[in-house]
Design a protein around this ligand. Structure first.
Ligand code: ALA
Length: 471
C-alpha cells in the first residue's frame, strides 16, 4: 500500500488546517438535501415528523462518523474508506469499497448537479423571466417518457431507429466550470468554498431565525401522518442530506496535521449540520402544511406562505450557491479516491499521476467531470438519489465492521482518535446503516447489485492481476 506521502514534487500539497476542514465538511453536507429533499420527504412520507427523520439519520451518521474518525486518525491517506478497507480487510474489500464510493461521490453529484440546474432555472425564471428549453435541462429518460417534452426535443434518425435528444446543459456547464477550478489547485478551491459556506450558513440561519417568528404550531398536527413507516423511509431518504462529512477524510494528504484535524473536521461539521437541519425542518413544517412542500424549492415555498416573498427569492439564489459548494467538494473528493486506488495498482496509472504544474490529480478530476456532467443521459435524478443512499450506507457499514475487525486483529496499534463506546458504537453504526438501507424503496437494489457486479469484473480482469500486491 502507498505510504502517506512525504512532501515532494509528486505528492499533494499539505495546506489545509482544522477550519478549512470544517468549512469543506459543511460545504459538502448542506446542499440539495436540505434545500430540496426535505420538502418532498415531508410532503410524501413523514409530514412534520420529518424533524424526527432528520434526527434519526443524523444519529446514524454520528455513529458512522465516529468510526470514520478512528480510521481517519490512524490511516490519514487520501483514499478515505477505500484506504481503511485496504489496511484492514485486504485488497479485494478495498476495491469493493472504492468502487462503491464512486456511487457516493460521482453518482451523488449527479443528483446534486441536477438540483443545481433546477434551482438555477427557477432563479432565472423568477428574476429575469428566461429559461432553458426543457429538453436541454433535464435527463434523457424524463424527455423520452414525457410526450410534451418529446415533441419539442430534436430527434436523431439512425439506422437503428429514432433517438430522442435530451440532456442537462446547466448541469453540464457547472460541472465543467468546477472541474477547471479543481484542476488548478486545492487551496484555491478551499478558499472559494469557504466564501460559499459562509453565505450558505447565513442563509440557513436567516431561514430559521426569520421563519421561526411566523411558525403556526397548528401545522405540526398531525405530526406523523404516515406513522413510523413514513418517518423511517423519510430518514432513509433524508440520509442523503448528511452525506459529505466523510469527504473530509479524502483530504488527508492535503491536511497539515491529519491525525488531529480529520476527526475534528468530520465530527464538528456533522454536529453543526444536524442542529441546523432539525431547526430547518421544524421551521419549514411550521410555516406551511407539509403536503404543500412537494416542490423543487420547499424553503422558498414555506417563506412565501408566510408572506416573506423577498426572502424567498433570496433563498432560491442562495440555494444555487449552496449547492455549488456541495458539487465542489464531491468533485474534489472523487479523483482523490481514484488517485489512491491507482497508487495501489487497482486502476490505470493515469489516475495516480499528479499534474506537473498544479500538483492535482488532473486526469481523474477531468474524467469525473465528464461522467457527472453527462450522466443525465443515463440516470434520472431520483434514481441517482436512491442509488447514492444505498451505496453510501453500504460503504459506512463496511467502515463500521472494519473498525471492529481492526480492534480485534491489532488491539495495540496506535489510535490517535478512539471511537468512544467501543464495541457498542460501531455495532450501532452497522445496525443503523442496515436499518436505513431497509427503509429505502427496494426498486433500486438491483441497480446497486449490477454496479457491484461490474466492479467485480473490472477487478478480476485488471486489478487482481496488476495491483501492487499481485506483483
Ligand atoms: N449532503 C449533500 C447534499 O445534501 C450531498 O447535497
Amino acid at each position: 500500500m502507498a505510504e502517506a506521502g512525504h512532501e515532494d514534487a509528486h505528492s499533494l500539497k499539505r495546506v489545509l488546517g482544522p477550519i478549512n476542514l470544517v468549512t469543506l465538511g459543511v460545504g459538502a453536507i448542506i446542499g440539495a438535501g436540505i434545500f430540496v429533499l426535505t420538502g418532498s420527504v415531508a410532503a410524501t412520507f413523514a409530514g412534520p415528523a420529518v424533524i424526527l427523520s432528520y434526527v434519526l439519520a443524523g444519529v446514524a451518521c454520528v455513529f458512522a462518523g465516529l468510526c470514520y474518525a478512528e480510521f481517519a486518525s490512524m490511516i490519514p491517506i487520501a483514499g478515505s474508506a477505500y484506504t481503511y478497507g485496504y489496511a484492514t480487510l485486504g485488497e479485494f474489500f478495498a476495491w469493493i469499497i472504492g468502487w462503491d464510493l464512486i456511487i457516493e461521490y460521482a453518482v451523488g453529484n449527479i443528483y446534486v448537479a441536477q438540483s443545481w440546474a433546477d434551482y438555477l432555472r427557477s432563479f432565472l425564471r423568477g428574476a429575469f423571466g428566461v429559461d432553458f428549453p426543457a429538453w436541454m435541462a433535464t435527463d434523457l429518460q424524463t424527455v423520452a417518457h414525457d410526450p410534451a417534452l418529446r415533441a419539442l426535443a430534436p430527434a436523431l434518425h439512425t439506422p437503428f431507429g429514432t433517438l430522442v435528444v435530451g440532456f442537462n446543459l446547466p448541469a453540464l456547464l457547472v460541472v465543467a466550470a468546477l472541474t477547471l477550478v479543481l484542476v488548478r489547485g486545492v487551496r484555491e478551491s478551499a478558499r472559494l468554498n469557504a466564501a460559499m459556506v459562509i453565505f450558505k450558513l447565513v442563509l440557513v440561519l436567516a431561514f430559521v431565525g426569520v421563519g421561526a417568528a411566523y411558525v403556526e404550531p397548528a401545522h405540526w398536527h398531525p405530526f406523523a401522518p404516515h406513522g413510523l413507516r413514513g418517518v423511517w423511509t423519510g430518514a432513509s431518504l433524508a440520509f442523503f442530506s448528511y452525506i459529505g462529512f466523510d469527504a473530509v477524510s479524502t483530504l488527508a494528504e492535503e491536511t497539515r496535521v491529519p491525525q488531529r484535524d480529520l476527526p475534528r473536521g468530520m465530527l464538528w461539521s456533522l454536529g453543526i449540520c444536524t442542529v441546523l437541519y432539525v431547526a430547518v425542518a421544524a421551521v419549514m413544517t411550521g410555516l406551511v402544511p407539509s403536503e404543500l412542500l412537494a416542490t423543487g424549492d420547499p424553503l422558498s415555498r414555506a417563506l412565501r406562505a408566510a408572506g416573506l416573498d423577498r426572502l424567498a427569492t433570496l433563498m432560491s439564489l442562495g440555494a444555487v450557491i449552496a449547492v455549488t459548494a456541495v458539487l465542489l467538494v464531491f468533485q474534489l473528493g472523487q479523483p482523490r479516491i481514484l488517485y489512491a486506488m491507482a497508487r495501489d495498482g487497482l486502476l490505470p496509472p493515469a489516475f495516480g499521476r499528479v499534474h506537473g504544474r498544479f500538483r492535482t490529480p488532473a486526469f481523474g478530476t477531468m474524467l469525473t467531470g465528464l461522467f457527472v456532467g453527462l450522466a443525465p443521459t443515463f440516470l434520472t435524478q431520483d434514481q441517482a438519489l436512491e442509488l447514492t443512499n444505498i451505496g453510501t450506507l453500504f460503504a459506512f457499514l463496511l467502515v463500521a465492521l472494519g473498525v471492529i475487525a481492526l480492534r480485534v486483529r491489532e488491539p495495540d496499534r496506535a489510535r490517535p482518535f478512539r471511537c468512544p463506546g467501543y464495541p457498542v458504537t460501531p455495532i450501532l453504526a452497522a445496525v443503523s446503516c442496515l436499518a436505513l438501507i431497509a427503509g429505502l424503496p427496494a426498486t433500486n437494489w438491483w441497480r446497486f447489485a449490477i454496479w457491484l457486479a461490474v466492479g467485480l469484473v473490472i477487478y478480476l480482469r485488471y486489478g487482481a492481476k496488476r495491483s501492487k500486491l499481485a506483483r
